[in-house]
Write a protein that binds this ligand. Structure first.
Ligand code: C2E
Ligand code: CA
Ligand code: CA
Ligand code: CA
Length: 278
């Protein structure tokens, strides 16, 4: 029995150590990766559903690890959030976006969407980081910066967060609640954030024409957003049927493979030339 206990402890210890070692390695590799230019951004177009007009892009981070190959953001963003590296990583994203601006060639009043996290928003230097980016955007014409905050992680209800948001709003920044419907604090979030956009999570968009319960949730979200006078972006639109449903229900913007995949900045011009919404 004792031998079994000792063995169990050893196995447990080994597994936790491996788990934490991997996370440590990932953090070290991320730092190195930022220095060595292993990260780049891809941009996914947003389309105005009523007119089919291009309305802007969301920037999404990509990491090409030198030995492991491409690593999905779903894997490394949570690790970066855990060990605080997310702040450095987001600054890196801001710098990459600024460097891509000229190549992107966004038209006047287009939206540039970037993902930010609660941890960063609660820091006093958050505004400085965003303002550094704004100064570079302003050199290229009137482009609206839209910061996306996921509602999965709770945003601290702090004076710093409120002050930061207020200051950036005064500078013309707009706010979007990301992954709406998947968190637990949806309504509190809307109040706290005074958001401009709700991004409807693709789980609900996928339900169009299939899952009856989620479809009811989708219609409820749409009704709610309308009553609160929030503009909506439907995420993960993959089919003509979903697109038509969303447009018919008054959702203003769509984003998803049906319109365009995330792409390198240099490919956006060709996409815009070719895009027609049927
Ligand atoms: P998100 O912000 O909800 O981004 C949308 C995700 O859905 C992206 O995955 C995008 O590639 C994917 N997507 C877009 N259209 C479709 C579609 O039609 N069908 C399907 N199945 N998927 C679609 P991605 O790029 O893998 O990013 C995953 C998540 O990682 C993002 O979810 C976001 O939460 C996080 N993330 C990505 N880049 C950044 C970043 O720069 N900073 C931070 N903080 N988080 C990021
Ligand atoms: Ca997002
Ligand atoms: Ca989302
Ligand atoms: Ca998501």
């Amino acid at each position: 029995y004792l031998a079994f206990l000792v063995l169990a402890c050893l196995v447990c210890g080994y597994l936790t150590r491996r788990y934490f070692d991997r996370r440590m390695t990932l953090a070290t590799d991320m730092r190195k990766g930022m220095r060595n230019g292993e990260f780049h951004l891809v941009y996914q177009p947003l389309v105005e559903l009523g007119t089919g007009a291009f309305s802007g892009v969301e920037a999404l981070l990509r990491w090409n690890h030198p030995s492991a190959g491409p690593i999905r953001p779903d894997l490394f963003i949570p690790v970066a959030e855990e060990n605080g590296l997310i702040v450095e990583l987001t600054r890196h994203v801001f710098a990459l976006a600024a460097a891509d601006l000229r190549t992107l060639g966004l038209p006047p009043h287009a939206h540039l969407g970037l993902n930010v996290c609660a941890q960063h928003m609660a820091r006093t230097d958050f505004v400085d980081d965003v303002e550094a980016l704004l100064r570079r955007i302003e050199g290229l014409g009137p482009i609206t910066l839209v910061l996306e905050v996921t509602e999965r992680a709770a945003l601290p209800d702090s004076e710093v967060v409120r002050a930061n948001m207020r200051r950036l709003r005064e500078r013309g920044v707009q706010w979007a609640i990301d992954d709406f419907g998947t968190g637990h604090s949806s309504l509190a979030y809307i109040e706290q954030l005074e958001a401009d956009f709700l991004k409807i999570d693709r789980a609900f968009v996928n339900s169009v024409g299939t899952d009856a319960v989620s479809a009811v949730v989708l219609e409820t979200i749409i009704t709610l957003a309308r009553k609160l006078d929030l503009r909506m972006v439907a995420e993960g639109v993959e089919t003509a049927r979903q697109s038509a449903f969303l447009r018919a229900h008054g959702v203003q913007f769509g984003q998803g493979y049906y319109y365009g995949r995330p792409m390198r900045a240099r490919d956006l011009g060709a996409w815009r030339q070719a895009f027609v919404l049927d």
